[in-house]
Ligand binder design. Structure first.
Ligand SMILES: [Zn+2]
Ligand SMILES: [Zn+2]
Length: 449
């Protein structure tokens, strides 16, 4: 690919961009941030369990997601992975990357799907109003068109012609909303302080497709077009680990109600309640239930008098956790915990790390070590065995869960490599969530430093 002509800071531009403003802190709850954090395993908005991941591609600074409200296949959003309310708030390097990725996809959509495109951003850096935006986490829409002649319709009345992206930075820096669209490299149309109806560009787009009433993405998501887009444009270079993780999370997400019902109670004769009580008795501080699923074990810790963070990467499953004041639900990946150093007293991670290959399992153990207070303890369990298996969830669920099996001899060196003292290791037979009796390897670890 050639270097994009659109760059954040153009030599010889009319204005030299001022320093990039410090982005406002993210709002307390941003669904787009969560969707990015969870690699698209649930969808922002009312269609949370879309049944597939919208993630098409990921670069250092941005995700490309197939767009909901997909009137035509090929509709995608370029979404910064860091929360900002407009692309103009990004660093010049990240802004350049967002547009470079956008143009790369524009070319692919035209070449592979046969549609010319228009790119639109409604930046929400203003202190009031939303400037025609549908969601405040910044995103660049890439609309596939039925006819290239429709492109100029997307320029909002009153826009001025600009070249380069410095004006976006400048407008964001002056804390103004803006509406920007472009269909040619190095030529765009910018309106600052726009007074536009919600989803303005989507209304224009729907009009060009003779579907003027279907502009609202939340009401008309066109999920099959959205999935088609993902299938046709997904990065062929997705790593095997990312694919395994994505499929496993989707399998749990689709099965969330049945899985939650099946794991609501401990199986008869389960040793887990005793092990939970023992970890609760021998530690202090907050307990992190890492991979909490539908919350059974977290509630058991709460019943033992402990405050619990119930963390899971599968939001549909986590939302099945019954309300309990001592249990705080947090979405996140065990390999990259959204917790500060030395912030918990114990980590419980039962039947979770079995979804990770050894390198990733080590990453998770290092994260547990990082977030644990000195002398804090961890209990982990995985299935005993060797190699990798992918197992269908059963029923109508199209996704497979991926399992990695371990032996004591594999697991103990990993625990030590993460900095833990192995206090106890044992093997036990117990039925898993599918009622199949498994041999489990369990380790009790302590942070000694
Ligand atoms: Zn966000
Ligand atoms: Zn939007």
């Amino acid at each position: 690919m050639s270097v994009p002509e659109y760059t954040a800071v153009r030599a010889g531009g009319r204005r030299s961009p001022r320093p990039v403003p410090v982005a406002l802190p993210p709002p307390e709850h941003c669904e787009m941030c969560e969707e990015v954090r969870l690699s698209g395993s649930f969808a922002t908005g009312p269609h949370r369990s879309a049944g597939f991941s919208r993630l098409v591609s990921r670069t250092r600074a941005v995700d490309v997601l197939s767009g909901l409200g997909s009137l035509l296949p090929g509709y995608v959003l370029v979404v910064p992975r860091r929360h900002t309310t407009s692309l103009g708030e990004l660093s010049p390097a990240d802004l350049a990357e967002a547009f470079a990725v956008g143009w790369r996809f524009a070319e692919r959509i035209e070449r592979e799907l046969g549609h010319p495109v228009v790119m639109v951003e409604h930046g929400s850096s203003g202190t009031s109003g939303k400037g025609g935006s549908c969601i405040t986490h910044s995103h660049l829409h890439i609309f596939p068109l039925s006819d290239v002649a429709h492109s100029p319709l997307f320029a909002a009345p009153g826009s001025r012609k600009i070249s380069g992206l410095a004006d976006l930075i400048d407008t964001a820096h002056r804390r103004k909303n803006y509406y920007f669209c472009t269909w040619k490299r190095d030529e765009g149309y910018l309106l600052s302080d726009p007074d536009l109806p919600s989803q303005y560009a989507r209304r224009v787009w729907a009009g060009t497709l003779d579907a003027p009433d279907l502009w609202d993405w939340a009401a008309f998501p066109f999920l099959s077009n959205c999935q088609d887009t993902t299938d046709r444009l997904r990065d062929p270079n997705e790593s095997e680990t990312d694919r395994h993780m994505r499929e496993t999370l989707l399998a749990y997400g689709v099965a969330a109600p049945t899985y939650a019902a099946r794991t609501r109670r401990f199986t008869d004769g389960s040793t887990l309640p005793h092990e939970i009580a023992d970890l609760a008795r021998t530690t202090s501080g907050v307990v992190l239930d890492a991979g909490a699923g539908a919350g059974r074990d977290a509630l058991c810790f709460a019943a033992n008098g402990r405050r619990v963070i119930a963390l899971d990467a599968c939001l549909p499953l986590l939302t099945m956790t019954p309300d309990e004041p001592e249990v705080q639900r947090v979405t996140g990946d065990v390999r990259c915990l959204p917790l500060s150093n030395a912030s918990v007293g114990a980590v419980w991670c039962s039947a979770v790390l079995l979804h990770l290959p050894p390198v990733e399992l080590l990453r998770a153990l290092r994260e547990f070590h990082r977030v644990l207070e000195s002398r804090g303890a961890v209990q982990v369990s995985v299935k005993e065995g060797e190699g990798h298996a992918s197992l269908a969830m059963g029923g109508e669920n199209p996704f497979r869960r991926h399992f990695f099996y371990y032996r004591h001899g594999d697991l103990i060196p990993l625990a030590r490599a993460a900095g833990f003292d192995v206090q106890q290791s044992w093997t036990e037979e117990e039925a898993d969530s599918s009622d199949d009796v498994q041999r489990w390897i369990k380790l009790r670890l302590r942070r000694t430093t």
